[in-house]
Write a protein that binds this ligand. Sequence first.
Ligand SMILES: Nc1nc2c(c(=O)[nH]1)N[C@H]1C(S)=C(S)[C@@H](COP(=O)(O)O)O[C@H]1N2
Ligand SMILES: [Mo]
Length: 328
Amino acid sequence: MVKISPSEITPEHLFLNRRQFMVGAGSAAALVALAACGGPEAPPAAAAPAVPTLPLDQLPAALGHAEPFASTTSDELGDPLNAFDEITNYNNYYEFSTDKQEVARLSPNFVTRPWEIKVGGLVNNPKTYDIDDILKNFDQEERIYRLRCVEAWSMVIPWVGFPMSKLLKEVDPKSEAKYIKFTTILDPAQMPGQKMSILNWPYVEGLRIDEAMNDLAIFATGMYGKLLTPPNGAPFRIVVPWKYGFKSIKGIVQIDLVEEMPVSTWMDAASNEYGFYANVNPEVNHPRWSQATERRIGENGRRETLMFNGYAEEVAYLYEGMDLRENY
Ligand SMILES: Nc1nc2c(c(=O)[nH]1)N[C@H]1C(S)=C(S)[C@@H](COP(=O)(O)O)O[C@H]1N2
Ligand SMILES: [Mo]
């Protein structure tokens, strides 16, 4: 593990390291404060690795920004990026809380190093990746995407990551493999929501292989030119921008190539409400609410929801001949 000497410390290092060091001494105070306001249990003061990540100067250029950075101020439709603070403080991450505005408060000590991602199942070349090797070995690029939650709110987010297809090529799926199954870390000691039976843990999601091979589908490692924060799924998540947000699973530790369609956590919880495909579609309503419009965070009023979240040109071919009402 890399030790950072005081001479190398920049504000970013201070920030990142403080989070980790808080797991030690600082978190006792944090625990008391949380208990006092009767909130969910905080992560315990477990001994944690003191090194959160690569030093700034060893990070790929796309991730080595001390301050939030994006190459542009809007998406390709001309709509402004959401602010870093909006993106990191309004999160669905049920492993921490069902309250979107509580996730950031409950996750600052979440330990993201060391972190391994095991890729197996129907592959010729099973591999276990260390997150820092992933950062070094795959070119990290910025991808500005709309994220549309099935609850009908949305944001524009400048992710950093790389196409899923690049990693899939390395592990070389066997011809029987038809789907990819992604699994989130199971760690109730760190994730208070996993102590409750809100969902069947760990969180699981899946894609068809041809969906995963589409260039828009990425593994994300960062956001706004910095490493992912815990609320956004640090250190490793997927982003599939033409699907409802719940498909974009966070905190991934395992990826399996499989023959049968995986049952995702939300299908398991309510299969009449959440299907496997979950493509953004203004014409197919959720049983309890319309999907025709959405609320862009930071905006007044509502806007029309676009077919495939505005990515129809890139992805419609994947669903040719399919009934999108039946395959919701
Ligand atoms: N492991 C896990 N991944 C998850 C979720 C979750 O609760 N657990 N919530 C999903 C939902 S419903 C949405 S809308 C997006 C939100 O991503 P963001 O907080 O980075 O905007 O994450 C998705 N990924
Ligand atoms: Mo969501």
